[in-house]
Design a protein around this ligand. Structure first.
Ligand code: AMP
Length: 469
């Protein structure tokens, strides 16, 4: 009895132990348990700053933009080229130029274990020009017209519309110098964005030949030196390194100085001026809206003659909102060790175009939906037999190009129909025990709730009729 008494006072957990050894143990002083140190929870690494995950919910925009790029490239006769993401670093420093932000500050460079200095590509043009030489494309019919699509890397300060990994659609025509080609490239950039319902305007300028530009730089530098004390600190630093970049400055104090600065159009040769006038005439002919921008020089070394950028109409002034840009680069291929090969091209920033699409949806009731990304119907099932039968029917429908969403793991019809509504399908198909036995299946109109029973063999035909497929 006393033993019983003592045991009834013991904590419940210990009561369950039945061996004599454990009974003895409970009379002893409890031994302090060893503290078990929990393993430290691994802190999930964040995505690298300035680099974004592109999720399925964004896919409709990416798909639409990619399809647009592909269709326009096909229509204008450009073939796809895919160059490596990694190139020799010298390719970019040679082509884009030392003294440019892209090369001096923003390139992701590294040495591999062989000691090669490599870089993640910050743009497409240099890699494409390299491939033109190394893959012997100069022996093909000229101009060689190519396009590319993919990620680029610049270690720039991340901010709205500026990422460290971003994407471009790049279009290049190598092996011809003709104003009509410049105009056609501008039209292609403009029309592709316009086809997405985005209102844009082209900013355009000519920077003439290399000699024109060198003469202009001397003139500009002289002028800016005389106004040095009025310039921003960044512009002062650029005076010696890359005075042309001062023209890009958005600082108000620089703007005041720049209003009186010499303009490059006054310094280009007669030939360059004539060429530029032809480009503008073609643009008039094609009814492409443009604005002459005397300060537009685009910071890279390889440009000659025509330079342009594409801006959303309402956001013409903002420096961050250029949707794309391009120009002529007649000297690049030669600079990279190839033959004399005039060329021109443009690149659109995909993230920027997609932001414009999103704004369009918000402000102008636009809907960018890709029907191929939406399921046609939802398949709901009830019971073990129905679930077993369902997979085969679903596979059959998919083969017939009817896209089916389902969650065969769920057994409640209510939950399944709720999910169907979330997917926004117009119709669901329901297979229960009874239907399995009868060889029938239910088609439910999700809006009205009306249901019809059809023969399983006629399901595909009936759905095609309903979905107008
Ligand atoms: P660029 O090669 O600098 O002429 O850029 C062409 C286009 O790519 C720009 O007009 C932007 O739309 C886009 N772009 C350039 N740099 C970035 C970046 N860091 N992040 C996002 N888009 C960019």
């Amino acid at each position: 009895m006393p033993a019983k008494k003592t045991s009834s006072k013991k904590p419940a957990a210990k009561k369950t132990t039945k061996t004599t050894a454990s009974k003895k143990a409970v009379t002893k002083k409890p031994v302090a348990k060893k503290k078990v140190t929990k393993p430290k929870k691994f802190v999930t690494p964040q995505a690298v700053r300035g680099m974004k995950d592109l999720l399925p919910r964004d896919e409709q925009y990416w798909r639409l933009m990619y399809n647009t790029a592909q269709q326009f490239a096909d229509a204008y006769g450009y073939g796809r080229i895919q160059t490596p993401v990694v190139e020799e670093a010298v390719l970019f420093s040679r082509s884009i130029g030392e003294g440019t932000d892209v090369v001096d500050k923003e390139m992701y460079t590294f040495n591999n274990s062989d000691g090669d200095a490599l870089a993640l590509r910050p743009e497409f043009t240099a890699g494409i020009a390299r491939a033109y030489i190394t893959c012997g494309m100069h022996s093909e019919s000229q101009p060689v017209k190519v396009w590319s699509w993919g990620p680029l890397f610049r270690h720039d300060r991340p901010q709205a519309g500026r990422y460290r990994q971003f994407h471009q659609w790049s279009v290049e025509a190598l092996g011809a110098r003709d104003a009509v080609l410049d105009a056609e490239l501008i039209a292609m950039a403009y029309n592709s964005v316009a086809s997405l319902g985005i209102d844009t305007v082209v900013h355009i300028n000519s920077i003439g030949s290399l000699e024109d530009r060198d003469r202009y730089i001397i003139e500009l530098t002289g002028f800016l030196r005389s106004k040095r004390s009025y310039l921003s600190e960044t512009s002062k630093a650029r005076l010696t390194k890359n005075p042309l970049r001062i023209l890009d400055s958005k600082e108000e104090q620089d703007q005041v100085v720049l209003e009186e600065a010499p303009q490059i159009l006054d310094w280009i040769s007669e030939d360059a001026r004539k060429y530029f006038m032809s480009v503008l005439e073609y643009l008039d002919e094609l009814e492409i809206p443009y604005i002459l921008k005397p300060t537009l020089v685009r910071g890279l070394d390889y440009y000659t003659d025509t330079v342009f950028e594409l801006y959303e109409t309402e956001k013409e002034d903002g420096s961050q909102t250029a949707l794309g840009g391009g120009g002529r680069y007649d000297l690049l291929v030669q600079q990279l060790g190839g033959r004399e090969t005039p060329a021109a091209g443009f690149a659109l920033g995909i993230e920027r175009v997609i932001s414009a699409m999103r704004r369009n949806e918000q402000d102008n009731d636009y809907v960018y939906a890709d029907p191929r990304l939406q399921s046609d119907i939802y398949f709901a099932q009830l019971g073990v037999q129905a679930r077993r039968k369902a997979l085969g029917i679903i596979e059959g429908l998919r083969k017939a190009e009817i896209y089916v969403h389902h969650n065969l793991g769920k057994s409640s019809l209510k939950q399944q129909l709720e999910q169907a509504n979330k997917h926004g399908v117009t119709h669901s198909v329901i297979l229960g025990q009874q239907e399995v036995q009868d060889g029938t299946i239910i088609i439910r109109d999700m809006e009205s709730g009306n249901q019809e029973i059809v023969d399983q063999k006629k399901l595909e035909k009936e759905l095609k009729r309903i979905l107008k497929k």
